[in-house]
Design a protein around this ligand. Structure first.
Ligand SMILES: Cc1cc2nc3c(=O)[nH]c(=O)nc-3n(C[C@H](O)[C@H](O)[C@H](O)COP(=O)(O)OP(=O)(O)OC[C@H]3O[C@@H](n4cnc5c(N)ncnc54)[C@H](O)[C@@H]3O)c2cc1C
Length: 385
């Protein structure tokens, strides 16, 4: 075996990393607090897409993630519950159309599989839909939709089959003289490395080392309806003439998931009234949903690093702790699982992860501190030009 590792957090990221680590020959213990799937992964819209991603490194990681999902599909088959039904967006108001136009241009220039769509083409693909006047529209044919709860089960069982160990309980980190141990109730593990992949709770775990994980709390709301007749294929984003935009998709059992605006939208109004408003917005363009009832809505915390980019790598000054936290974690999970395992197993550094190192925040802070220091130590004349 090539070393030992504990992974804290059995969401989609922790499960992917534990599975890949064990497969790479690293003796791995996965520590998860809940037996039932919780956290962002269990309440995610779970679309698999790199469309509209402005940041180049994140785009590349997402694209790798989408390739990784196809590889997982080859290995695990239908058990994952992933579908490749594409994604349609259309804008009926000028502001949203301008933004969508720019996203289409950006994606086309990168060679992303996306095409412009007419209103007629939208209706041909989705006959239940009656858009208003369409000012811009896109169809991303290679985008997919995942079922993270099923995927986590599949990954965890493959991990156990490979000889990995699962500990159920709340993990705490214990700093020893030269390493970091993990406490779980009465148990204590002393691995060579610890991966912290605890989603939105990552910051709370690392706080005890004085490491201020720069994350912004970001609650996301999803409306879940009762089952309706087959109405939609793939993910659909609608930006109507008036009122908030919505994104929605139909699950295989007929229920609909409806979210507001983009994946990053902060749930400012997590109430049933607002959930009904979102359903109403969807009905404006998809009248077939008029009879749908809201079953419930969920509000879950997204792990959202302050600059929007994943945080991946060893903590500066405490290399035994490797942190992995990201938004769009479902899309990028297979890529991160593979690359993080590759680094921890000691095979090689992954260039694709360089932009995401935790040290970037420290470096910015240090630069800012130096600037401030320079201002206060510089002679007053230097401010006079
Ligand atoms: C509403 C919403 C919509 C989204 N839509 C998309 C989308 O369309 N596409 C996409 O790619 N991403 C989407 N995301 C983001 C994506 O879901 C997350 O980035 C991803 O699920 C993060 O996975 P994770 O494993 O890091 O965290 P989580 O899934 O939150 O898992 C963390 C796990 O750590 C465990 N844990 C925490 N602390 C401890 C501890 N001390 N000891 C033991 N266990 C612990 C928790 O129980 C939990 O199971 C969405 C998120 C939300 C909320």
């Amino acid at each position: 075996m090539a070393g030992s590792c504990a992974v804290i957090g059995g969401g989609i990221l922790g499960s992917a990393i534990a599975f890949e680590l064990q497969g790479s020959g690293v003796e791995t213990v996965l520590v998860e607090r809940d037996m039932e799937a919780q956290g962002a992964s269990a309440f995610s819209f779970a679309s698999l897409s790199a469309f509209g991603e402005p940041q180049r490194d994140v785009y590349l990681l997402k694209a790798q993630g989408m390739i990784g999902w196809r590889q997982w599909t080859k290995s695990f088959g239908d058990a994952l519950g992933v579908r490749w039904d594409g994604e349609i967006r259309w804008a009926e108001n000028a502001e949203a159309a301008k933004q969508l136009d720019a996203q289409i241009e950006g994606a086309l220039s990168r060679g992303y599989p996306v095409q412009r769509m007419s209103r007629t083409a939208i209706i041909q693909r989705l006959p239940a839909v009656q858009p208003g006047e369409v000012s811009a529209a896109s169809y991303a044919s290679a985008d997919g939709q995942a079922d993270p709860v099923r995927t986590m089960k599949v990954l965890r069982s493959a991990f156990l089959k490979q000889g990995g160990k699962l500990l159920v309980g709340k993990a705490t980190l214990i700093l020893t003289e030269d390493k970091v141990a993990v406490g779980v109730g009465e148990d204590r593990i002393d691995p060579e490395r610890v991966v912290v992949a605890a989603g939105a709770e990552t910051a709370a775990l690392l706080d005890r080392f004085g490491w201020d994980t720069p994350m912004d709390p970001s609650p996301g709301l999803l409306v879940v309806t009762s089952p309706v007749q087959p109405t939609l294929v793939g993910a659909v984003y609608v930006f109507p003439e008036q009122g908030p935009g919505v994104h929605l998709r139909q699950l295989p059992d007929g229920r609909l998931l409806i979210g507001e605006e983009s994946q990053e939208q902060v749930a400012k109004e997590p109430t049933m009234d607002h959930a009904e408003r979102l359903l109403h917005q969807a009905v404006l363009s998809i009248p077939a949903l008029r009879g749908a009832d809201i079953d419930h809505f969920t509000v879950e915390w997204r792990p959202m690093p302050r600059d929007g980019m994943p945080i991946v790598g060893p903590l500066p000054g405490l290399g035994a702790v490797y942190v992995v936290t990201a938004h769009s974690g479902v899309t990028i999970a297979p890529a991160l699982g593979r690359l993080v395992a590759q680094e921890i197993a000691g095979r090689e550094q992954a260039p694709l992860l360089e932009a995401f190192r935790p040290g970037r925040f420290g470096a910015h802070q240090a630069e800012a501190d130096m600037d401030i220091e320079e201002i206060f130590t510089a002679p007053p004349e230097s401010f006079l030009g």
